[in-house]
Design a binder for this molecule. Sequence first.
Ligand SMILES: [Zn+2]
Ligand SMILES: [Zn+2]
Length: 389
Amino acid sequence: MEARSKKTLLGSWLLLGLSVTPHAGAAEPKLGITVQVYNWAHVAPGTLTAAEGEGTRIFRKAGVGVLWLNCPLSPSEAKESPICAEPCPWGRFALRIVYDVPAGFGTTSLGVALHDTGIYASVFYQRVDEFAKEGIATHPQILGHAMAHEIGHLLLGLRGHAAFGIMRGQWSAQDLRSASMGALLFSSRESAVIRDAVTREPEIPANPKTTLQVTVYVFNSVQISPRDLIKAETLAARIFEQVGIRIAWKAGLTVRDIDAPPIGEKWNPANLQLRIQKSSTVRGAGVTSEVMGFCLTMEKNDAVILFDEIENRAAMLNVAPAIPLGVTMAHEMGHLLLQSATHSLTGVMKARWIAEDLVAAERGDLTFSQEESRSLRNGMLRRIAAQTR
Ligand SMILES: [Zn+2]
Ligand SMILES: [Zn+2]
């Protein structure tokens, strides 16, 4: 049950816009957002830092400070500094810089914001390269504006594009010229909406029966019987029901290629993916014996569950495998939804269960803590708020 996250800090974190005093007269932003940056395109550190500086300047004009966290991509760096794996509070976003433009995007598309997550956005560095070739604005300027534009989408909700300014759908040569002069900004109306979005954490409805739903894809690569899988899913679903979250299972999927995206679906980080495998398929990846599951990448909402370890534990504790399987599923989903590798002393998020815990689980008495339940519901509400704002 060891959770391993790729989301930790690479080197020192950059505090920009929160501690730097802007030019005289401009008030220091009281509001702030945090952006976790995943530099998959391997943009040179100097370029990235300069781009983040551009983004900070743009958001500061809107009255919002930005804390950029350059998060590592490799799990080996994960243990060093867990700040990137902390629970996602309101106002924290994840931005991936990828090189290639995925299929299906327009020829001028600089990136994409995944509204249904409310958290994730991508910028396509290939486009930054192309725009930079025009010789009007530099790489850091274009990248910084693209990052601000996509984060802008997440904060502005489904308002979409504007006729003028940084939220224009397509940047002309004139826009690039404005960008190079620092004049491509959020409008005052957009700035107000952004400040409002940063200020207002979504309220938790008084009624805990409010339906929050998350879709979970289950990749059953070890041919667990449908009966056992349904039993495990029912157990996991019951744990989440007590928190007020309904699970929509897309079960029975089997994939030959473990890295394949869900069949017939575009990758959507609002969904969770549980891959049930044998430990032999992941040994050597730093997974120690007795680990029953771990988060493959929290960024992708992907977790692996090791069924042979679960069977071993079940035999040792003399329970049906479906029980530890269901609890492990709930536990790993907990890590993914809490965006945290942290364990607690009791309940579902315990690092290691004893027989009594599994007996409690079967009775429906193994639950998330109050604090975890709050965080889980908060995270779900934020996703919903981002879709409807
Ligand atoms: Zn764990
Ligand atoms: Zn856009």
